[in-house]
Design a protein around this ligand. Structure first.
Ligand code: NAP
Length: 331
């Protein structure tokens, strides 16, 4: 006699068909995490170049690797565009007519307002366009650089339009949360200003300071490497980031970056003056104030446990919805 099917062991997917347009560090990490957690039934991927498409297939990052973005999105219920910011508009133009009604279209671009301006006109009615930005990365690029844990305990910012469908926002949020990310929703303009302060201008400073250190030629390269404490080492790591990505960020977040840079230059001028005039009071007060800011920030660290990224092939599939956070260490 046959017993009734065990509903608990039936796989439940957040999305049936995930299409990844662009599979580098970010797209490759999404593919690995989605697969390891069993969040989607099928992953279809594409990339601009034949060599990257071949590498995606070799790394088995997707169930299907197709030649064009238009082919990748056919019948997909979640499409994530992970290409340089400057290429997002052209990709949206290509895929727009092929998107399935009811599908969610998202991206991962580090700047939001300009990406939305470039993509939105190509999104057909009935498709939910919910732009996103996982605030996570490394200085490495390409499909080999991705890893499933990249988004654990990092923020993923979604910048949906005001009239966006709440259910679609919820589904996309759960997708990112399942990766161990914390989801925040804000306007594209606010995102761009926040990121200018926390990421874009600091990167500009890193690029500058690394150039200054090496251009000065007062110290040797090996001395810089030997004696650089953590701070400078981090600057050199940041300066090793992908030049295409950073060029696009500064081209597309110009207004916010210029606003923050203006304030930064004023503050730097104050510090420069204090150093030049030996103004210890100003220096001490400023450093003490900044230390208090830093100390006040520490309690904001979230420290959530990581999801279980053990390959789904090596464990029974379970519903990923109710338990992604709690999975760490349980299996
Ligand atoms: P990546 O590792 O360099 O991968 C880029 C992907 O985009 C590859 O599939 C590449 O295809 C494709 N691509 C490059 N130029 C293209 C073009 N002109 N048209 C169509 N496709 C193109 O880049 P990534 O670091 O994953 O970054 C992708 C996106 O994520 C960017 O928008 C970036 O702002 C955002 N992001 C990056 C980070 C980070 O730290 N890296 C963090 C958060 C968000 P081929 O290899 O076939 O040429």
């Amino acid at each position: 006699m046959m017993s009734a099917p065990d509903a608990v062991n039936e796989p439940t997917f957040l999305f049936n068909r995930l299409a990844l347009i662009g599979v580098g560090l970010i797209g490759g990490s999404i593919a690995r995490a989605a697969r390891a957690l069993g969040l989607v039934q099928t992953i279809v991927a594409t990339s601009r170049s034949e060599s990257t498409r071949q590498r995606i297939a070799e790394l088995a990052l997707a169930d299907q690797v197709v030649d064009t973005a238009a082919a990748a999105v056919a019948d997909a219920d979640l499409v994530i565009v992970s290409v340089p910011i400057g290429a997002c508009g052209a990709v949206a133009h290509e895929i727009g007519p092929h998107l399935k009604p009811g599908a969610i279209l998202s991206d991962v671009g580090s700047v939001k307002r300009d990406v939305i301006r470039a993509m939105a006109p190509h999104v057909p009615r009935g498709v939910h366009f919910i732009p996103g930005h996982p605030v996570a990365g490394t200085e490495h690029s390409g499909p080999d650089a991705g890893f499933a844990e990249l988004f654990v305990n990092r923020w993923c910012i979604l910048t949906p339009p005001k009239d966006a469908d709440h259910a679609a926002i919820g589904r996309l949020s759960r997708f990112w949360e399942a990766f161990g990310a914390n989801v925040e929703i804000m306007s594209a303009e606010h995102h761009d200003l926040v990121l200018a302060v926390t990421s874009h201008v600091p990167h500009l400073i890193a690029y500058t300071i690394v150039g200054t250190a090496f251009d000065l030629r007062l110290v040797t390269e090996s001395e810089i490497l030997k004696y650089s404490a953590g701070g400078f080492r981090d600057f050199t790591r940041i300066a090793a980031s992908d030049p295409t990505m950073w060029r696009d960020i500064f081209l597309h977040n110009k207004d916010a970056v210029l606003e923050v840079l203006g304030r930064f230059n004023e503050d730097l001028a104050t510090l420069t003056r204090a150093v030049r005039h030996g103004d210890g009071d100003t220096l001490y007060n400023l450093f003490a104030e900044r230390r208090a800011i830093r100390r006040g920030m520490i309690h904001l660290d979230l420290g959530k446990p990581a999801p279980d990224f053990q390959s789904p092939e090596s464990k029974p599939r379970r519903d990923p919805l109710p338990r992604p956070y709690a999975a760490s260490g349980e299996d």
